[in-house]
Design a protein around this ligand. Structure first.
Ligand code: HEC
Length: 124
């Protein structure tokens, strides 16, 4: 019962609390648990906003920001497949740490791919 109430509180918070910018990395990784996972049919943008924007919109830990060509150029040059693989498996780069699937293990590989495709489309 207690768990159930916590869950309800969490859901209410999801719809009413602002998801905006916890300032440090730890908070963001923690709050991942309550992020919506996105439907199979969700668009890349929706998936991105729900799962990736927390770091990428604010360049947390050096995360490349959509629309900023200068930080994507070298990444795009490696090919979308490479970027998708690194996003699914996670990696540590020169800027910072990209957690596997952005920290949301419930995302399917396909959902991560769709979100990466959206990010790539903002800098083409
Ligand atoms: C906890 C913060 C965080 C979250 C959440 C996050 N990322 Fe990242 N991501 C990073 C950081 C930091 C980097 C840059 C690492 C580096 O290159 O040094 C990065 C890099 C990337 C790259 C560039 C990969 C490359 O080949 O250079 C892609 C693509 C990417 N993330 C996709 C995603 C997607 C898709 C999501 C959501 C499913 C996501 N990220 C969520 C922190 C995050």
């Amino acid at each position: 019962m207690k768990l159930f109430l916590t869950l309800i509180a969490g859901l209410l918070c999801l719809s009413s609390c602002s998801p905006e910018t916890p300032s440090d990395k730890e908070k963001i990784t923690e709050s991942k648990e309550t992020f919506p996972t996105g439907e199979k049919s969700a668009s890349g943008r929706t998936l991105y906003e729900a799962n990736c924007a927390g770091c990428h919109d604010a360049s947390v830990g050096g995360a490349p920001k959509p629309g900023d060509k200068s930080v994507w150029k070298a990444r795009l040059a490696t090919g979308v497949e490479t970027m998708v693989k690194k996003s699914i498996e996670g990696y540590e780069g020169t800027a910072g740490v990209m957690p596997p699937k952005g920290g949301n293990a419930s995302l399917s590989d396909e959902e991560v791919r769709t979100a990466v495709a959206y990010m790539a489309s903002t800098v083409k």
